[in-house]
Design a protein around this ligand. Structure first.
Ligand code: UD1
Length: 346
């Protein structure tokens, strides 16, 4: 019988790519999403890319009034595990509205855990972030690095990681992997699904892509006086399809374990690129100009962070395969075919 996997936030940027990977691998998927930062069209595109058994439950995991429906649906689906991506993720907003972040991200996790418990499906892969390392480590950073988030968003990630570890320590039937993503970029090579941010993008790649396609005039490069090779910030960009495969590898790893437990695993490439290198790669891939201007540093940014990704290779047999040029080419295909994201009229 096919494995049955709940994917919270499955209509979002990363979730839609995870759903496609799972369905393509013959797994059954129940997406729970409230479409607060996702588009219903993404569901149609997932189905088009990967035929298979896909169900949708449109509910808010953080809304107590939806708890009973969610618990009943997870049970009725016959879930045996979950990939938990639902949550808010805008750093600036989390500083302005911390309680919204604690209520939403932690509340959603508590509901999911209750539902998995009720369905006796005690396996979870959690969408954590390299943001948990804060500014406390030199790169490459491995999973033993010090943790300490610099904002409420990051703190919700750490709190949820810790909650899941406590859970696994108390009940040996739980199997947990906290995946610490570095910087997901790119899109499915078909150009049919991709990142469709609400409003002005906070992150570098969606911003560059909107400049290249002519939706915005120029990129602001936040600081060129960092102690890096060209003065701009260095990050570990990882193709979202590589990242999505990492979730499947984590589930397979957990299924093969003799005993339960919880562990943290980085998903990155192990290589860092500067902002200007990313801009140059995007220009090559798109054949478009990407005008930019040097601006002051963005508060809270650090000079350089990239992964030591060896644990994922050792335990999951997974490694990132796609190059920065492929990330840019795929990101561009999505952006140029869908200049207004999922609202683009075709
Ligand atoms: C950001 C979040 C991080 C979150 C991640 C999710 C901050 C401080 N950090 O990571 O917590 O987990 O997104 O993807 O918001 N840049 C520009 N101009 C821009 C945008 C970005 O120069 O318009 C630069 C940044 O200074 C940085 C690099 O590009 O050096 C990457 O920025 P971004 O894509 O926002 O990712 P992070 O800041 O690494």
């Amino acid at each position: 019988m096919a494995q049955k996997i709940v994917v919270t936030g499955g209509a979002g940027y990363i979730g839609s790519h995870v759903a496609v990977e799972l369905l393509s691998a013959g797994r059954d998927v129940l997406i729970i999403d409230d479409f607060s930062n996702a588009h219903p069209e993404a569901l149609a595109r997932i189905k088009e890319l990967a035929p298979g058994n896909l169900e949708l439950l449109e509910r808010d995991l953080a809304n107590p009034a939806h708890n009973d429906d969610i618990i009943a649906a997870v049970k009725a689906f016959g879930a045996d595990s979950a990939i938990h991506l639902a949550g808010l993720k805008a750093v600036g907003q989390s500083v302005a509205e911390p309680m919204l972040y604690y209520r939403t991200n932690i509340g959603a996790s508590l509901t999911l855990i209750r539902a998995l418990d009720a369905a006796n499906a005690k396996t979870i892969v959690f969408s954590s972030s390299a943001t948990v390392y804060g500014e406390l480590n030199d790169s490459p950073v491995d999973e033993a690095g010090k943790t300490g988030a610099a904002n409420p968003y990051g703190r919700t990630k750490l709190i949820i990681e810790d909650m899941l570890k406590d859970l696994a320590a108390a009940d040996g039937a739980w199997r947990v992997v906290n995946l610490r993503y570095f910087n997901p970029v790119g899109a499915h090579p078909s150009g049919r699904i991709g990142e469709d941010p609400n409003g002005v993008p906070n992150n570098l790649f969606p911003f560059i892509a909107q400049v290249a396609v002519g939706r915005r005039k120029k990129l602001m490069v936040f600081g060129d006086d960092y102690p890096t090779r060209d003065g701009t910030g260095i990050r570990d960009y990882i193709h979202v399809s590589d990242l999505a495969r990492g979730h499947l590898a984590a589930l397979d790893y957990l299924a093969g374990l003799e005993n339960g437990g919880a562990l943290d695993i980085n998903l990155g490439t192990g290589a860092g690129y500067s902002v200007l290198e990313a801009v140059a790669a995007f220009k090559r891939a798109s054949n478009r100009d990407v005008p930019y201007e040097i601006a002051p540093r963005r508060e809270g940014d650090i000079a350089e962070v990239y992964a030591n990704a060896k644990l994922a290779q050792k335990l999951l047999g997974w490694r990132a395969e796609k190059t920065i040029d492929e990330m840019c080419a795929d990101h561009w295909r999505w952006q140029s075919n869908n200049p207004d994201g999922y609202n683009t009229k075709v």
